[in-house]
Ligand binder design. Structure first.
Ligand code: UDP
Length: 235
């Protein structure tokens, strides 16, 4: 297989790490995602990964809690996922570093853009934890931000659905799947692919996003090779 991209930013939702469990981490699932990431690294692709935290916690669904504090908890949840993904890759002897947007130096490196780029150039996978480091943001926005910073060719958004639909395919069996969209379509039609902050950041920085299903982790190398398995969103 021939990779289409030299440097990618892979966005893994927290849910994708939970497997059938829906909550927490499923070890087998993380290992199979790790194997798929290794396949991409073996093709020579430089890989940054932003992990979500929704399998543990979502700030906006935390009831009466102060939103800023709830988002701090959410960002810590992403670090648990980042460490588990890094560990799976290390078990497969893929060189990897974790960098967090909130410093916790006993656990991971602090996020330093130039250092992240150097790791990528040396063939190390970099897993970014803590999202953007700020409350009221999402890890999708963190993916857009880090992708712009590291000059990634594309964001590969691995999700629980195999692309972007005009309505929820789980609720509407005749929902129509798009193969290609613009960010203006996403913003104007409020399509549920990412939040508007993330979509605007991608649009303004001309960063394409490829949305595909991670139910089969081998879709990650397929997406890296440009196979038509999902929906591409671009300017
Ligand atoms: N979060 C945050 N700032 C960020 C990224 C994430 O405060 O820049 C918090 C927020 O509470 C969010 C949680 O971390 O709900 C988990 O991230 P997200 O919901 O994006 O995870 P995913 O849905 O991708 O698993």
């Amino acid at each position: 297989m021939q990779p289409k991209y030299k440097r990618i930013l892979l966005k893994l939702s927290g849910e994708s790490l939970a497997g059938g469990d829906k909550h927490g981490i499923n070890n087998e699932t993380v290992l199979s995602i790790g194997r798929a990431i290794k396949a991409c690294a073996d093709m020579g692709v430089e890989i940054g990964i932003v992990v979500g935290g929704g399998n543990f916690w979502r700030g906006r669904s935390s009831g009466s809690m102060d939103r800023t504090r709830a988002d701090h908890v959410g960002m810590l949840a992403t670090v648990m996922n980042a460490l588990c993904v890094a560990d799976a890759l290390e078990q497969m002897e893929v060189p990897v570093r974790v960098q967090t947007a909130i410093s916790m130096q006993q656990v991971a490196e602090p996020y330093i853009r130039n250092r992240a780029v150097r790791h990528l150039e040396k063939g190390r996978v970099v897993v970014f934890g803590c999202g953007t480091g700020n409350p009221f943001f999402s890890t999708d926005t963190a993916a857009a931000l880090r992708a712009a910073e590291i000059d990634a060719d594309i964001i590969l958004k691995a999700t629980m659905v195999d692309g972007v639909y005009d309505s929820d395919p789980h609720k509407n069996p005749s929902a129509k799947k798009y193969t290609e969209l613009t960010f203006s379509d996403v913003l104007n039609q409020s399509l549920q692919v990412m939040d508007s902050t993330a979509a605007s950041l991608c649009r303004d920085n001309k960063l394409p996003i490829y949305v595909f299903s991670i139910e089969d982790p081998d879709n990650i190398p397929r997406a890296v090779c440009g196979e038509p398995i999902g929906t591409i969103v671009r300017s």
